[in-house]
Design a protein around this ligand. Structure first.
Ligand code: FES
Length: 234
């Protein structure tokens, strides 16, 4: 049975001075094994102290974003056989490290919530559903699917350089609500983004597009926000 070397970043703040890499041999027991299957095999059979996040195992919960062979991806959606060996696994870059592959997501999620990711209503709520036409609904495609895995934001050099930058994930989600026909909060959201830690920090580096496991395009969403801000001035 073929064995693959996984070189995994380890760090336990209670006993390690600094992070280090540890190698594990993983048996490829069946075709189509995912990186998450390999991590489970290591944890269940070799080292029960290995820390990493996962939940749904099918690309929905967004909890298992990792840097795998230098690229941010979901471990549950990454085939082992598609990667070059040895496979190097690190936590998502730029997010504070808690233990092994687990990072602190608080700051990332605080930025998301600061953008008011919900429908804002100024007029009295109707006594029936707020219907959308098929065209209005279609505008949300490519935006609502974000699973907040942080693969995009943590791959962005602007995000690394500016701790206050909202980042591609939060900005994509702002755009998702601004273009929603049922939302009436565009003005306050746009004003919040019109500063150097908002949309203007994006320098169109495009890493976020490559990193998104759902195939979304945060750069295009940020372009929409920039255009809306300029139009609002005129
Ligand atoms: Fe839920 Fe991978 S475990 S997205």
């Amino acid at each position: 049975m073929e064995k693959v070397t996984f070189s995994i970043l380890r760090y336990d703040p209670e006993k390690d001075k600094e992070p280090f890499f540890q190698d594990f041999q993983v048996e490829l027991r069946r075709p189509g094994m995912m990186v998450l299957d390999a991590l489970n095999q290591i944890r269940w059979e070799q080292d029960g102290t290995l820390a990493y996040r996962r939940s749904c195992r099918e690309g929905v919960c967004g909890s298992d974003g990792l840097n795998i062979n230098g690229v941010n991806r979901l471990s549950c959606m990454t085939h082992v056989e598609e990667l070059q060996y040895p496979i190097v696994i690190q936590p998502l870059p730029s997010l504070p490290l808690i233990k092994d592959l687990v990072v602190d997501m608080d700051n990332f999620l605080d930025k998301y919530f600061s953008c008011k990711p919900y429908l804002i209503s100024r007029t009295p709520m109707p006594d029936h559903e707020m219907l959308q036409s098929p065209e209005e609904r279609r505008k949300l495609d490519g935006l609502y699917e974000c699973i907040l895995c942080a693969c995009c934001s943590s791959s962005c050099p602007s995000y690394w350089a500016d701790p206050e930058y909202l980042g591609p994930s939060a900005l994509l989600n702002v755009w998702r609500f601004i273009i929603d026909s049922r939302d009436e909060g565009a003005d306050e959201r746009l004003e919040m983004l019109n500063n150097r830690h908002g949309v203007w920090r994006c320098h169109t580096i495009l890493n976020c597009i490559e990193a998104c496991p759902k195939g979304l395009n945060p750069t295009r969403a940020i372009g929409g926000l920039k255009k809306a801000l300029v139009m609002a001035r005129f």
